[in-house]
Ligand binder design. Sequence first.
Ligand code: AMP
Length: 360
Amino acid sequence: MAAFPLPPGSVIGILGGGQLGRMLAQAAARLGFDAAILEREHDAPAGRVAARVIEGAYDDPDALARLAEVAGVVTYEFENVPAASVERLVSLGAEVAPGPRALAVAQDRFEEKTFLNANGAPTVAFAAANTPDEAIAAVTSIGAPALMKTRREGYDGKGQRWVEHAADAARIFAGLGSVPVIVEAPAEFVRELSVIAARGRDGSTAVYPLAENHHEQGILRRSLAPAHASPALTEQAERIARRVLQGLEYVGVIGIELFELKDGRLLVNEIAPRVHNTGHWTQDGCEVDQFEQHIRAVAGWPLGPTAATARVEMLNLLGDEVDGWKKFASEAETRIHLYGKREAKPGRKMGHVNKVKPLR
Ligand code: AMP
């Protein structure tokens, strides 16, 4: 068992070799740690900047054993890590953060909304369904139109469909693969916001300023942060973040997606038990960014300050938008973060830029 705080020179294990793993590995290196990435793909974005790479599937017992052996703590960059892999790591004596409960809650939209409501973090009304008849009953009880989502493995707007009439529910249930679903009431939001927050091993918490987020076809295009927000709205978001962190006895950084309603109330859409795309602005707009904050938290270090130092517009570079690097490089206000991905497929997140302005 590792003793916390982990000293510099320790190894931070990271499941997943994408851009979030890459930026976590870079932050870890800055604090004197070595990152060990477990990733199936040779040449993945994170592997190319990490001190060590363990090539293997996320459920490969040998790869997990090698990771458990070297890492003082193991964390992850995506929430669909198989629960059995985390159990295996824990049974091998590894410290895994965020822990299995956070992962279980975040992997299942029904468990997630049930947890949120039980912990004073409000959501839209929802109902679960496992059969075509239950799907009809769920839409009837919530009221159409309603949004039907697979309970597990949806991301970037995938695995969800609007149901305009209860009579369509069985067909849409089948179209989603006849897997367990959740039916949600529509949130009549005026803005989509998110709050990034962290909890340390000592139970201390730190909350970043709100970001305002704009999606296209389910994919985040841009974030504006700190979002314009009244003190009451900010206080509501902070209260929600602290309740979620405490309810999960969380260790690490969490992303909480919020709907702002016309009457000023916030509802939680979903939580991501990891660093989050809507927190990329913190790299150039906050005292300590979300990646360093996550490494500090899982390593048992004190959390860093989260105050904004600049106003940021974060733009995701999707597909061949990354070819604009020369233009971005010529702009004094633009900070460039590219992920080193070899192939620019349409819609693929290739990098992001943070356009920075003074706070006032
Ligand atoms: P999700 O995959 O749950 O993050 O949803 C993707 C996007 O769909 C959100 O960012 C919202 O724009 C929209 N959305 C999700 N759930 C709802 C809802 N209950 N009501 C209205 N819009 C929603």
